[in-house]
Ligand binder design. Structure first.
Ligand code: ZN
Length: 139
């Protein structure tokens, strides 16, 4: 069984937006008990990652380090002027896969799923695909 979900996100600033609750909702709505959830970002200057969601300073430090490591450079040729955002998006990646077991995301205690915006302000979307066996299915 496969279920597809689409979510909208307002991203007014460069930041990591916690989307864990939306992904949990997609898994709950899907009725899938055992399988995987793929969270995908269909944009070239944003990404998806998993990291700590307990101490907000972790996200602050990640944003600081990404900015220091991949600053805007005068040598960049891309006419839109947002090559640093494209770079950060490629480094972070466009998707994550999370195991679904007993109808729940198998995230660690301190893990959250983040939509990472690098070229604000934007109206964004992301997809959640949940695939697996539902409670009624025979083995
Ligand atoms: Zn661009």
């Amino acid at each position: 069984m496969t279920r597809h979900f689409e979510y909208m996100l307002a991203a007014p600033r460069e930041d990591f937006y916690d989307i864990t609750s939306q992904v949990r909702e997609a898994v709950r709505t899907s009725g899938i008990e055992s399988g995987i959830a793929v969270v995908f970002c269909p944009h070239t200057t944003a990404g998806i990652t998993i990291n700590e969601n307990a101490d907000p300073d972790v996200v602050r430090d990640l944003l600081f380090a990404l900015g220091k490591t991949y600053p805007d450079r005068p040598e960049f040729r891309h006419g839109e002027g947002n090559s640093a955002a494209h770079l950060k998006a490629s480094v972070i990646g466009s998707s994550v896969t999370v195991i679904v077991e007993d109808g729940r995301l198998a995230l660690g205690t301190w893990q959250g799923i983040y939509f990472c915006e690098f070229d604000p302000p934007r109206k964004r979307k992301f997809f959640v695909k949940v695939m697996g066996r539902n409670a009624q299915a025979k083995l």
